[in-house]
Design a protein around this ligand. Sequence first.
Ligand code: SAM
Length: 267
Amino acid sequence: MAELDLHTDRPHPARVYDYLLGGKDNFAADREAAQKGLQANPDSRIPPRENRLFLRRAVRYLAERGIDQFLDVGTGIPSAPNVHHVAQEITPTARIVYVDNDPIVLTHARALLTSHPSGRTDYIDADLRDVETILRSKALTDTLDLNRPVGLLLIAILHFIGDEHDPWAIVQRLLAALPPGSYLALSHLTGDFRPEAWEQVAEVYRKQGVTMKVRSRPEIERFFTGLDMIDPGLQILPAWHPDLGDPTDPAPSDAQVSVYGGVARKH
Ligand SMILES: C[S@@+](CC[C@H](N)C(=O)[O-])C[C@H]1O[C@@H](n2cnc3c(N)ncnc32)[C@H](O)[C@@H]1O
């Protein structure tokens, strides 16, 4: 593998997220940004934790409905259980393609390639904004059968894509490549409950050259345009199918979580 420039002098979303989850794959600049974020919003560790729990519940929900192919874009530094662990526990033959644009995630991709022998996983080093590269990638076409339904996972990634890149069109382009019966599972940070605190967190990122755009409920609902929303609709994460996992005790408030999530089906 060619030597990668990890840009350890500035924070990267995957590494800040790793730090907030209690991981070790982060550098001083990431920890500093995370600490500044924690000063602006002392509950900053709660969204990543609830987000991982939502991801696992959503994958379980889809796998239980027969979805055995997943495209997980913005996969993050591996944090077990990952998508293939959850999906292959239900369907050992499940196939998963992971995508991220951060070189540190690439260096950890091996941990994502530990598929059950009867299933398969692969990894694409690509940017969500470059949908064509993802869709044309051999790793994708060799691993997933795009004539059969796919679970598209966009979990805590779209708030790193500014409006100027039209993230809504990006989601529609990806969905257009998937057949009816496919699903979209999505989560997204919101400033609806604590606008000032989240604006300050976003500012910490922006000053370091990282886009962070928290969005309102209607802006996040727009990502599901043209799809059939699955009950209970778009929710603050712990309220989305708590039956499918172990809820956090005591339950965090909506303001502490500040992430909406939902699942919808393409007809
Ligand atoms: C907050 S983490 C979420 C990780 C995982 N989806 C989860 O929910 O636990 C966001 C991930 O999205 C990746 N990411 C951000 N912008 C991206 C882009 N434009 N293309 C691909 N990946 C991106 C980051 O590198 C990071 O790993």
